[in-house]
Design a protein around this ligand. Structure first.
Ligand SMILES: Cc1ncc(COP(=O)(O)O)c(C=O)c1O
Length: 436
């Protein structure tokens, strides 16, 4: 229940795969040589603008994924900030629950970030917290980021009031709808009540939504929408002072695979409005049943209130990491999320349309896994961290992970981030070492 988005429609899946193959050689770098790429991109952007109510002069860009969308949104805001005569380092204001792609953007673009705590009951970023952040950051504030919804807890921030504050302060406001934008847009189109979240909210300057998540398309496609062309122009890069072809890039890529775009186009065409409505309805129904079911299992609870199709569950006396292990033995993959200060350890559930068919089975297994975990101790970081690290499985051996991972997650959980982040990088460094 992470990373995978299955609408349960084999025909749509097949169309996506066939389009991937058919467009393997097409380069979206050059719409003059390959006119089909402009058509594909314009169709996808128009589809998205329709869904999230972009005004007539709204525009967009198709990117390679959520992170590229977030990074370009930060770049757009920085350039707009500079256009307003500011110089030096710009700052973005984000909730602690915002996706790390924004921290990565700041790292890449040499900017600063001001991280704001969310409200502890709802897990939402509130306008009161943003107001004090804007006061603190002052003139360097270039962007406020809000999520619709956040990945860790699946809740939508207080977008209307935060966007209005940003507008009054002359700061851009980006809505990260990478994971939930399609779900919320489709739900509203069907007449369901959803929180205000999109480009029609005054003050929202850009909006991201991924097609390779709840657009049910093969990986490699996301859309970044802008309220108008001024923001988008800051993300374009053109260069002709060399003896080669005059280069224009609309994203971080230069050669840009058209295949994911074509696959998304084909997937959406086969699903159609009715297919997408049905998929989103099923995912939302499954989410509601799962959240209700979790509330009925002693020892665990849902954190916040899921606004879309993501659930975070925690245990007050039962370790969520242990539950994940017992669920894995029953063939369910729940994603462990470490604690952060007073925010508890949780398990993340990305609920798919196909989850609806297995809600009862899932809840039966979750109840049993919770009962088993309740008999165990809480997994904690070992005293001897060095020995624990030495004991970590060697992923490069191809041997795979140990069946029980709670202690490994507890080790990660127990480390301060200044130690943890380099250690995680080192593990990946070891993993991606080619050995002859
Ligand atoms: C809210 C949100 N933003 C951004 C991203 C980054 O997307 P990607 O993994 O496609 O780069 C994710 C990924 O889950 C997300 O949930």
């Amino acid at each position: 229940m992470a990373y995978v988005y299955d609408a349960g429609r084999e025909d749509a899946g097949r169309a996506g795969r066939e389009a991937l193959a058919a467009f393997g050689e097409v380069n979206a770098l050059d719409p003059l040589t390959f006119p089909s790429v402009a058509r594909l991109e314009n169709d996808l952007v128009a589809w998205a603008l329709d869904l999230v109510r972009g005004a007539p002069d709204a525009v967009g860009t198709v990117t390679s994924g959520g992170s590229e969308t977030c990074i370009l949104a930060v770049l757009a805001a920085r350039e707009a900030w500079r256009t307003r005569g500011r110089s030096g380092r710009a700052t973005i204001i984000v909730a602690e629950t915002a996706h790390p792609a924004f921290i990565k953007a700041v790292h890449l673009l040499d900017m600063d970030v001001h991280v704001v705590p969310v409200e502890r009951e709802s897990m939402r970023l509130t306008s009161a917290a943003v107001a004090s952040a804007i006061r603190e950051v002052g003139d360097s504030a270039a962007l406020v980021v809000v999520s619709a919804p956040s990945y860790p807890h699946g809740v939508v921030d207080d977008i209307e009031s935060i966007a209005s504050l940003s507008q009054d302060a002359g700061i851009a406001c980006h809505v990260d709808g990478c994971i939930g934008g399609v779900v919320l847009g489709v739900a509203r189109r069907m007449g369901m009540e959803v929180p205000a979240f999109d480009l029609s909210v005054p003050g929202v300057s850009s909006f991201g939504l991924d097609l390779h998540k709840y657009g049910f398309s093969p990986k490699g496609v996301s859309i970044l929408l802008f309220a108008d062309t001024t923001y988008r122009s800051g993300t374009y890069f053109a260069y002709s002072a060399w003896p080669g072809y005059p280069l224009v890039n609309t994203t971080l890529q230069s050669t840009k695979p058209a295949a994911p775009m074509a696959a998304a186009w084909a997937t959406l065409a086969v699903l159609g409005t009715a297919g997408l409505d049905r998929a989103v309805t099923e995912a939302l129904q499954a989410t509601r049943h799962l959240a209700d079911g979790i509330a009925g299992i002693p020892g665990i609870r849902v954190v916040g209130h899921p606004d879309a199709t993501l659930i975070a569950l925690t245990g007050d006396d039962v370790d969520p990491f242990r539950i994940a292990d017992y669920m894995r033995e029953r063939d369910w993959v729940l994603q462990p999320q470490p604690s952060l200060g007073d925010l508890p350890r949780t398990l993340h559930l990305t609920v798919q349309p196909v989850s609806l068919a297995t809600v009862e089975l899932f809840l039966t297994d979750l109840r049993a896994a919770t009962e088993a975990a309740a008999r165990d101790d809480w997994a904690s970081a070992p005293e001897d961290l060095e020995a624990a690290f030495a004991d970590l499985p060697d992923l490069t051996s191809g041997a795979g992970l140990p069946p029980r991972m709670a202690e490994v997650h507890a080790l990660i959980d127990g480390l301060p981030s200044n130690v943890r982040d380099p250690a995680l990088g080192a593990i990946f460094g070891a993993l991606f070492t080619s050995r002859r």
